[in-house]
Design a protein around this ligand. Structure first.
Ligand code: C2E
Ligand code: MG
Ligand code: MG
Length: 431
């Protein structure tokens, strides 16, 4: 059934005309559309192809050369279509044959309108979930293909000795160590405060991932996130980040810190995973956090690869109540239609624009235009990487909503962030 359709279309294959018409009347009363009534297996196959029904009610014994079971098998070979068998009597051998076609239900004739309604509802529901599983399976296959592609590229890279740059031992070691890092609990989060420019108060924090490597020390996420994405390891790592950041916010709330938002970076790989929605819902349930207190940050490049899938996923996350931010705006495509089409709440102005915003007229003009546009679209603007008083003053004049940057604070440990909020430290505002 297509998602837009409100009237499921049903094909009836029944060779007793009175029975068929009776069923059709019942179906129409229950709000279904009957696309056709046929009396043979051959006609059922032809009508299924022509009318593309959402469900078929199939009598097992039909006129013509082929019976309902054979017709179902043929239709299934063409596309997955839910079929409910209707039968007055069938011997064990016939039922065994019918079972092999994996029908979505059986109705024993004569049946009541209520039984008909229930069987159809159950069948359509099961069909929807089968389609979803099929899509997930296809996505998983694509994912495996992607990883295989990555491994093939690695092998290919290993076999090429003419370009030592591509075969850095450090790179390979990083990949190997990454697999162990989750298990060895070498990751931790730091929290960079976000501050409202109207009041100078801390509004929340962005959770930033750190990897404390046993021998190499602290490794930057810009170095290992692309490797984690290519290997699919970003999935468990990303889940750990979400869970840890949400649990931390819950702890801060228990310690009396109210009205804070936690921002978590999401990679494009994570957004493509259909289980992301359930993962996040489970984390919210377990931590008891209000969804509005969690903001997911996505960069434009993560959306562009498959804008339709991204749009669907974002819509579902938005419906759950989460806040969404477009990260690093200005570095990628800076496509305004994405902002308009996708359900974002916040735009994060990339620090390359904020840098010397007061001195660089081009940066200043672009930032001013972006902030004005966001005000029109009712999007909050957060300026990233604010390092100087002059940059801050410029942003304030443009009525930018929030800032993040070394001028106020670097990313802190959870305890240090808590102390900062408890001490009611505010950003000193220039005007
Ligand atoms: P981002 O999300 O844009 O994060 C902001 C980055 O800017 C952080 O770098 C932060 O430390 C840095 N920064 C903040 N204020 C200033 C400033 O005033 N001056 C300068 N020069 N830099 C500042 P970091 O922590 O190295 O993160 C880099 C990027 O790695 C992040 O950019 C984000 O894209 C990615 N990342 C970090 N944590 C995660 C994560 O948990 N998951 C995913 N998928 N990506 C993450
Ligand atoms: Mg970010
Ligand atoms: Mg950013």
């Amino acid at each position: 059934m297509t998602l837009q359709s409100t009237l499921p279309k049903i094909l009836i294959a029944e060779d007793e005309l009175i029975v068929a018409e009776n069923i059709a009347r019942n179906l129409k009363q229950q709000g279904y559309e009957v696309v056709a009534i046929v009396d043979s297996g051959e006609a059922a196959i032809a009508e299924a192809l022509r009318n593309q029904p959402d469900l078929v009610l199939m009598d097992i014994m039909l006129q013509g050369e082929i019976d309902g079971i054979q017709a179902t098998a043929t239709m299934n070979a063409q596309r997955l279509l839910p079929v409910i068998y209707m039968t007055a009597y069938a011997d064990d051998a016939t039922l065994e044959r019918a079972k092999l076609t994996e029908p979505y239900g059986y109705l024993v004739k004569p049946f009541k309108p209520h039984d008909l309604k229930t069987s159809i509802e159950v069948a359509l529901q099961k069909y929807q979930s089968d389609i979803l599983i099929k899509r997930q399976y296809t996505a998983q296959l694509q994912d495996i293909e992607g990883r295989l592609g990555y491994l093939t590229a690695l092998l290919d890279r290993d076999s090429r000795t003419d370009d030592p740059k591509l075969l850095s031992a450090d790179d390979l070691a990083l990949e190997a160590d990454l697999w162990l890092a989750v298990e060895r609990q070498e990751f931790f989060l730091v929290y960079q405060p976000r501050v409202a420019l109207a009041s100078g108060h801390i509004t929340g924090a962005e959770a930033l991932l750190r990897w404390h490597h046993p021998t190499k020390g602290c490794i930057s996420p810009t170095q290992f996130i692309p490797v984690a994405e290519a290997t699919g390891l970003i999935d468990p790592i990303g889940e750990w980040v979400l869970r840890t950041a949400c649990t931390q916010l819950q702890r801060w709330q228990q310690n009396g810190l109210r009205d804070l938002t936690i921002a978590v970076n999401l990679s494009g790989y994570q957004l493509k995973q259909l289980h992301l929605y359930h993962q996040i819902r489970q984390i919210l349930q377990q931590t008891g956090l209000a969804p509005e207190s969690v903001e997911l940050e996505l960069t434009e490049s993560t959306l562009i690869e498959d804008i339709d899938l991204a749009s669907q996923q974002l819509q579902r996350l938005k419906e759950m109540g989460l806040r969404l931010a477009m990260d690093d705006f200005g570095t990628g495509y800076s496509c305004l239609s994405h902002l308009h089409r996708l359900p974002f709440d916040t735009l994060k102005l990339d620090r390359s624009f904020v840098h010397h915003i007061d001195q660089n007229p081009k940066n200043g003009a672009i930032a001013t235009a972006i902030i004005a546009m966001c005000q029109q679209l009712a999007l909050r603007v957060v300026a990233e990487g604010v390092e100087t008083e002059a940059e801050l003053a410029f942003l304030q004049r443009q009525a930018c909503d929030e800032m993040q940057g070394f001028l106020f604070s670097q990313a802190l440990s959870a305890d240090d962030f808590e102390q900062l909020v408890q001490s009611d430290q505010r950003l000193l505002l220039a005007c």
